[in-house]
Design a protein around this ligand. Structure first.
Ligand SMILES: [Zn+2]
Length: 477
């Protein structure tokens, strides 16, 4: 039986509900999971000494730290006083986000200082009106001159990422929720930590993007690589980030893109460069006008890539569970080659049918290759696991999927034919009032040729990853 932490608080839910792209989603998700009686309503003590807060800040310029020796010279952060999560049968333990992680300092461990300063500013309607007035005074809105580039433009706080009144608290608390999840697994206080309000995988270091304001996954992974331990070997831990959202996980991929170019063939007797601590793998839909704009890293990774630790599996329209099933072997071979000590999975649900933003999805919850199957497989790796949310714009379906995933993580059966329990949002599950989704009657465009190409190239890449990792794995350990 594993220990499972569930990150939640009424305040986290309240601020997450304000996210403009997902207004009210957090309440629906947590409301359903609470109503299913999957949670132990006991808040975990997150107290910790002040040493944590004074820990050395990660150099913001070094998005990926490559030099292992540098790490070994750093003092480890003091262990938390918090008690371990108990092993409970069929329940996860609620943990409130640790307030000490909800700070400007924590955001600046990755984000650009000017962006954080702007993000944490006053976004009340009065402040927005004053800013508009100020722009008007300086002629920014005059049609006779070029429009002045406002700070909101520079930092991406417009279009799909508008500022909103509780943005400042939202940003710090969502970051804190994922940091808490990662802190719990880094300190072996739990085996699994779930944070459905996290997984904002498009946020960039210096700007908001794609409904994402804060790179909580990046912050959590940075915390893991700095404070976690490898149980299996000497040296720093390795983290595998697996992104199953329907959109490419560009923000996280970019944050951990290794500056090292790895040789395709390792010359006899030579040691390849050290593997990075973080590998990112995104399985996502790709099409010319589909967000985010493509780059060379969002295409199918090539076998001879100089970056075999930044991986991408693009899928054509309407990928069904059987398509995910067929590429799972590639995910598995990467995991075996990289030998991670921790896994962070982003489980966006916008690939399910009927999603208003995903649109081209046809994934499922229960079939082989569906969400529950993926969760079961990741769980079978027996590695400390952080499970994050992400996209998902059909809120009842997202709540259904994450409820089933939560149940799977605590070894509880939740057949899709089960009735939705009576609770505040019950009417939103009409007309089925079960966990079953309406399937889309569309053709999965991922043909055998595409899927074979994926598996072939990932077989090559996995071999390369294994060679690099083995070259740096001390023998007899
Ligand atoms: Zn998405």
């Amino acid at each position: 039986m594993s220990r499972t932490a569930y990150i939640w608080s009424t305040e986290l839910q309240t601020v997450a509900d304000q996210l403009p792209a997902n207004v009210g989603r957090s309440s629906m998700v947590h409301g359903l999971i609470h109503a299913l009686d999957l949670l132990e309503d006991r808040h975990h003590d997150g107290a910790r000494s002040g040493a944590q807060q004074n820990a050395e800040q990660i150099d913001a310029d070094a998005e990926v730290e490559q030099d292992e020796d540098e790490y070994e010279d750093q003092e480890r952060e003091e262990k938390p006083i918090a008690a371990p999560i108990p092993s409970l049968s069929g329940r996860a333990t609620i943990v409130s986000p640790y307030e000490r992680f909800a700070s400007e300092t924590e955001l600046k461990r990755y984000h650009d200082a000017a962006y954080v300063d702007y993000l944490l500013g006053d976004h009340s309607p009065a402040a927005a009106a004053a800013a508009a007035e100020s722009d008007s005074d300086t002629g920014a809105s005059s049609s006779s001159r070029p429009r002045k580039r406002m700070k909101s433009d520079v930092h991406g706080l417009h279009y799909d990422c508008p500022p909103f009144p509780s943005l400042s608290r939202y940003a710090t608390l969502v970051a804190a929720s994922t940091l808490t999840a990662c802190d719990l697994i880094a300190n072996d206080l739990t085996d699994v930590a779930i944070n459905w309000d996290g997984g904002r995988h498009h946020a960039m270091r210096n700007r908001a993007s794609g409904f994402c304001y804060v790179a909580d996954a990046v912050l959590g992974i940075l915390h893991l690589v700095k404070t976690g331990r490898s149980k299996r070997r000497k040296g720093r831990p390795r983290v595998m980030y697996l992104d199953l959202d329907f959109h490419y996980g560009d923000g996280v991929a970019q944050a951990f893109l290794s500056p090292t170019a790895y040789p395709v063939v390792i010359p006899d007797g030579r040691k390849p460069p050290r593997p990075p601590q973080v590998l990112t793998l995104s399985v996502h839909h790709s099409a010319p006008d589909f967000f985010p704009p493509g780059n060379k890293h969002s295409k199918l990774t090539e076998g001879n890539t100089p970056h075999p630790f930044t991986l991408s599996i693009p899928l054509k329209s309407f990928p069904s569970a059987s398509t995910y099933e067929r590429v799972w072997g590639s995910i598995e071979s990467v995991r075996m080659a990289f030998e991670p000590d921790y896994v962070v999975i982003q489980l966006g649900t916008d690939g399910l049918p009927g999603d208003r933003i995903g649109q081209y999805g046809n994934w499922s919850i229960d079939q082989p290759g569906g969400i529950r199957c993926c969760i079961d497989r990741v769980k079978s790796w027996n590695l400390p696991l952080c499970v994050l949310g992400g996209g998902g714009y059909h809120h009842p379906n997202t709540a259904r999927a994450w409820a089933v995933a939560t149940a799977a993580l605590i070894d509880k059966e939740l057949p899709l034919q089960s009735s939705i329990p009576d609770h505040e949002y019950f009417p939103d599950y009409s007309p089925s009032f079960t966990f079953e989704l309406s399937q889309a009657h569309v053709r999965d465009e991922n043909d055998s040729q595409h899927l074979e190409a994926v598996n072939q190239v990932f077989s090559t890449i996995s071999e390369r990853i294994g060679d690099i990792v083995r070259a740096h794995t001390p023998k007899h350990e």
